[in-house]
Design a protein around this ligand. Structure first.
Ligand code: NAI
Ligand code: 13P
Length: 320
């Protein structure tokens, strides 16, 4: 079986490297320079500097090379997924597609599996998500992830195909829960970074993680997701990782806001668009998500962190 990965960013390259240790993997990049770098130096210097890529990984800038692949991982940022699917729909339309994005589409409020299902209904749509930093996966460090696919048989097959000795995949058919966990934890990570950056302390971070998790559960319940999915790797697991590590770009954006520093806008930070999409969806559904709403106000510079923290603390007192 040939696996392909579309998108040669940090995560796409990392997954291609991990899977290439057990069989051939084709990594497609829209950048001819990056393909040349990988072919010449066996390294993606821009996204995963210092990490040697295995020989089983071949890079190409020609999307048609993915024709031989039965399973294709889609490793582009969430807001680019629909464009990728539409642009290459002829080839992708009947494949097993595994989105690796963690986010909610801004204009539609849909997660990655729903975007695949809407755009290419004949494809099998799955999601790979959970606590994992690209550089650690690429180095072969032990990692556990969630593979979500509504079709239980296809999900089991993908679980087998994409697990490796260092990458242990659990499976679920609850794609909505897995989408929401991976998307919403990024928003909470921005909030956590902001309070740590501003020196407000670890207790404040723990409060945000816990009450943020309560927001995740409320949205999940409203959308019919299973609470146990949110308690798993794709929800609680990834929330823990992302809210506590400076390897996370979402957390680092928060840190820079809290410290009053600039942040490089070219860095992929999924939580920013997702916060806006989720806040709008929560408002339309009447779901209380004060932390998510505060993150939007912070990103839009509508209110200061001091004002927002004070507002959160002085809301009417209630049962936990
Ligand atoms: N970096 C990480 O540790 C992890 C990332 N993810 C998720 O993976 C997704 C991708 O993130 P990264 O790879 O880290 O981002 P990245 O910023 O390193 O790479 C994104 C890649 O997508 C490519 N791209 C963007 N739009 C495209 C398009 N329309 N067509 C083709 N290629 C396009 C860019 O050229 C770039 O190579 C995100 O949703 C992220 O949340 C998930 C787990 C871990
Ligand atoms: O999703 C991730 C960890 O599981 C990566 O987090 P960032 O996108 O914040 O870097």
């Amino acid at each position: 079986m040939t696996v392909a990965v579309a998108g040669s960013g940090a995560f796409g390259t990392a997954m291609a490297a991990a899977l290439a240790r057990k069989g051939p993997v084709i990594l497609w990049s829209r950048s001819a320079d990056q393909v040349a770098d990988i072919q010449a130096n066996r390294c993606n210097s821009a996204r995963l500097p210092g990490i040697d890529l295995p020989e089983g990984l071949s890079a190409t800038a020609d999307f048609a090379a993915l024709r031989t692949a039965e399973v294709i991982l889609l490793a582009v940022p969430m807001q680019q997924l629909r464009h990728l699917l539409t642009q290459h729909g002829d080839l992708l339309m009947d494949r097993r597609l595994v989105a690796c994005c963690k986010g909610i589409e801004l204009n539609t409020g849909l997660g990655p599996v729903a975007v695949i299902a809407e755009t290419l209904p004949a494809a099998t749509a799955a999601l790979l998500t959970g606590p994992s930093f690209a550089a650690e996966i690429a180095r072969g460090l032990p990692t556990a992830l969630t593979l979500a696919c509504a079709d239980a048989d296809a999900g089991e097959m993908l679980q087998q195909q994409l697990s490796t000795p260092s990458l242990r995949l659990y499976r679920t058919t609850d794609t909505t829960g897995a989408e929401l966990g991976g998307a919403l934890k990024n928003v909470i990570a921005i909030a956590c970074g902001a309070v740590i950056g501003a020196g407000l302390g670890n207790s404040a971070r723990a409060a945000l993680m816990t009450r943020g998790y309560a927001e995740m559960l409320r949205m999940a319940a409203a959308l019919g997701a299973r609470p146990d999915t949110l308690a798993g790797l794709s929800g609680f697991g990834d929330l823990t990782l992302t809210c506590t590590s400076e390897q996370s770009r979402n957390y680092r954006l928060g840190l820079s806001i809290g410290r009053g520093d600039d942040f490089d806008p070219s860095i992929t930070v999924e939580g920013a668009a997702t916060a806006r999409a989720v806040a709008a969806s929560a408002q339309a559904r009447g779901i209380d998500m004060p932390i998510t709403k505060s993150v939007v106000a912070l990103l839009d510079k509508k209110q200061t962190l001091t004002e927002l923290v004070s507002q959160l603390l002085t809301r009417s007192l209630k049962e936990e």
